[in-house]
Design a protein around this ligand. Structure first.
Ligand SMILES: *Cc1c(COP(=O)(O)O)cnc(C)c1O
Length: 675
């Protein structure tokens, strides 16, 4: 897997710049023989040589979305002026302190994260590529350049979420370059031409990198409807868009790798969206029977037990678009059953990939129940997060201060479990609490207009707004919530999250949350509730590192993994959570409080049976205990360093030693790719 040394390096600066479209006009000032947007160019050249060389083992990682988060990690420099559209816009806040919402907005002066992701799946893909770079793996990401991103979110009282089109400017986005390569897909409706773009993800020490190749249909030579195909991520108002977007990723992606001359040994499909790569490979297989024998070239990660996460298309719809030999291939590889008229992309991946993984131990069990026919090939590889992206500065400094105990935690995140050796050290307990307070003051500063306080128990909930994640669970019995705040101590609750723009149920959830917040106006002296617009990786890092309690309340067993809690434990943030996804693997460690429904047995249950009454009651019981302990621990400026609260914080950090993408990529390499 590691790259070999190339004595006579074939790919030099002049070769590199000759691949770039418009280099002389636009990129000269940012790319020179030594620099790539302020980073070392040699790092990028080295990975190119590796991908081009048939002697090195290389992997292509296909994903519909990539959350790369340059606003919080490895930001490139740009010497040319950047379009203002690539700058972070201002966000409104909806709170139970109406006047503030009316007068103020959240402003932060930073780069807009490259808007080619929607949520956790994309963030995981970005983290996977970053850890591949850290490990020096020869991996290339394949994705799509979403010209209009996902969408911009607005909250309107009594309406819920109102989506708006997002615009950004790829041509002045730091680190992003267009290549001369154009690949073409032939369909029954004409040719789709796709420009390739490239973005390098550098390792934390800038010594290694992995490129991500992004496909873009926004070209004048395409007919107008085709130009918009890569506008909006997960556009789903018509099945036509869905099929084209998946064709572009799978078929266009496979063609892109050919066009670049990369020598690829494994095709890793991150979710079924990329399944058409298998169709492309099948159509071009010299011997169709041999295709079956080559299944070890393909690996597939399945991310969700929720039905909406599995794409299926009627053969009729596919026949309208794909050329006949492709339709035939799709039927051979992915027909749901012999007499079915549906092509199921999940089945296609399960049929064709020798190695398949679910994203946590529990999710592996559930996936094997859902697809019993394939049970023997479904393994579990638990998700993680990229430590260098999600670790706050104050905790980084803390780990450095205790380096004599932790060792080289940067290259070896598993060393973080050694914090447990510091559990009885009073100076360490004081330092970890103070590091947390520093992060909390950062949050209070960003939201200063709303008058948050750093000594009030603060609860965070931020994720995709989807039914099974139960976004309004904490408001199910507002009276009880208010009683806790009155009887034990004040509360601050900060929320954020986007619903899919076509998801009416999701929009209704947002409306419900806004309603609850509004009703809490009269209690704002003891309980402050804020929901932030446009949850993104910047807010993700801010919230997961700074609140006191990270609330995670999905309905078991529908959360395949979840990753925001992993970001939180890395920063010593305590969990209040249901027993689902990754939490099952950390439950014995006392990282906080586990409550609510426990899933057992082989009946998966129904994602609409939300158990709100029972589980909210269990949540309030736990919040009661947690709030009491918090106010005993942090009381009027006095911190009880012996408190079990601080034990829990330390257990969280210790457990984060496992939940990182470095360990995850090493497992992919060992168990999925076998290179
Ligand atoms: C981490 C992250 C997610 C995923 O959170 P889950 O806990 O898996 O729901 C989604 N969106 C953003 C912006 C994130 O940073």
């Amino acid at each position: 897997m590691e790259r070999s040394a190339h004595e006579t390096a074939p790919f030099q600066y002049k070769d590199f710049i000759s691949t770039i479209e418009g280099f002389e006009d636009r990129y000269r000032s940012d790319i020179d023989p030594h620099h790539y947007f302020g980073f070392p160019l040699e790092t990028a050249l080295a990975v190119e040589r590796s991908l081009l060389s048939p002697n090195d083992k290389s992997v292509a990682y296909f994903s519909m979305e990539f959350g790369i988060a340059p606003s919080i990690y490895n930001s490139f420099r740009l010497t040319r002026p950047m379009s203002a559209k690539n700058q972070f816009y201002t966000h409104e806040v909806f709170s139970n302190y109406w006047l503030c919402d009316y007068l103020f907005k959240v402003h932060t002066d930073r780069l807009l994260d490259i808007p080619i992701y929607g949520g956790g799946l994309g963030v995981l893909a970005g983290d996977a590529i970053k850890s591949s770079a850290d490990l020096g793996y020869s991996v290339v990401g394949i994705g799509i350049l979403w010209n209009k991103g996902y969408f911009k979110q607005n909250f309107w009282y009594k309406h819920g979420q109102v989506p708006e089109e997002l615009t950004w400017d790829p041509s002045t986005y730091p680190g992003l370059i267009p290549l001369k390569n154009i690949v073409t897909i032939e369909t029954k409706e004409g040719f789709v031409h796709l420009r390739l773009w490239k973005y390098y993800v550098y390792s934390y020490d800038l010594k290694r990198a992995c490129p991500i190749i992004l496909l873009d249909s926004n070209l004048p030579q395409n007919q107008p409807a085709f130009q918009k195909l890569t506008d909006q991520l997960y556009r789903s108002d018509d099945v036509w868009w869905k099929i084209y977007q998946r064709m572009i990723l799978g078929i266009g992606g496979a063609k892109a790798l050919e066009s670049l001359g990369y020598s690829i040994d494994r095709y890793h499909l991150n979710e079924g969206h990329a399944a058409f790569a298998l169709v492309e490979k099948y159509v071009h297989a010299p011997d169709k029977n041999l295709f079956k024998a080559q299944q070890d070239a393909f690996a597939y990660t399945c991310h969700t037990p929720v039905a909406a996460g599995h794409d299926r298309f009627s053969i009729y719809d596919i026949t309208r678009i794909l050329k006949d030999e492709y339709v035939y291939a799709a039927c051979v590889l992915g027909k749901e059953s012999e007499y079915s008229d549906q092509i199921n992309l999940t089945y296609m991946c399960l049929n064709c990939c020798e190695k398949v993984n679910a994203v946590a131990l529990k999710h592996g069990e559930i996936t094997r129940l859902q697809f019993p026919h394939f049970a023997s090939k479904i393994q579990s590889i638990t998700n993680g997060v990229h430590m260098h992206t999600w670790l706050s500065d104050s905790f980084r400094d803390l780990f450095d201060k205790y380096a004599s105990t932790l060792g080289d935690w940067r290259m070896q995140p598993e060393n973080l479990k050694r914090v447990l050796d510091l559990k009885s050290s009073l100076p360490f307990r004081e330092d970890i609490f103070e590091a947390h307070q520093e992060n909390k003051r950062g949050l209070v500063e960003v939201l200063k207009r709303w008058g948050l306080k750093d000594d009030v128990l603060t609860i965070g909930w931020a994720r995709r707004i989807a039914g099974y994640k139960r976004p309004a669970l904490i408001f199910h019995d507002v009276k009880r919530l208010v009683r806790i705040a009155h009887e034990i101590g004040p509360l601050q609750i900060v929320l954020a999250g986007k619903a899919h723009p076509n998801d009416d149920i999701g929009a209704a959830h947002v409306e419900e949350i806004l309603d609850h917040i509004d009703q809490l106006n009269e209690h704002r002296k003891v309980i402050k509730v804020l929901i932030l617009e446009n949850y993104d990786t910047y807010f993700g890092k801010l919230l997961t590192s700074s609140v006191d309690i990270w609330l995670n309340n999905p309905l078991p067993p529908f959360e395949a993994s979840g990753t925001s809690g992993m970001k939180a434990i890395l920063n010593g943030v305590i969990q209040v959570t249901t027993l689902d996804g990754w939490v099952v693997e950390a439950a014995e460690d006392d990282i906080g409080w586990i409550f609510g429904y426990h899933h057992k047995g082989s009946d998966i249950g129904h994602e609409m049976n939300l158990r709100l009454r029972e589980d909210s009651s269990a949540l309030y019981d736990v919040l009661d205990v947690a709030a009491k302990l918090y106010y005993r621990t942090n009381h009027q400026g006095f911190v009880d360093l012996q408190s079990p609260w601080i034990d829990k914080m330390i257990h969280c950090v210790g457990r984060s030693a496992f939940f990182n993408t470095q360990r995850m990529m090493q497992e992919y390499n060992e168990k999925m790719w076998n290179l």
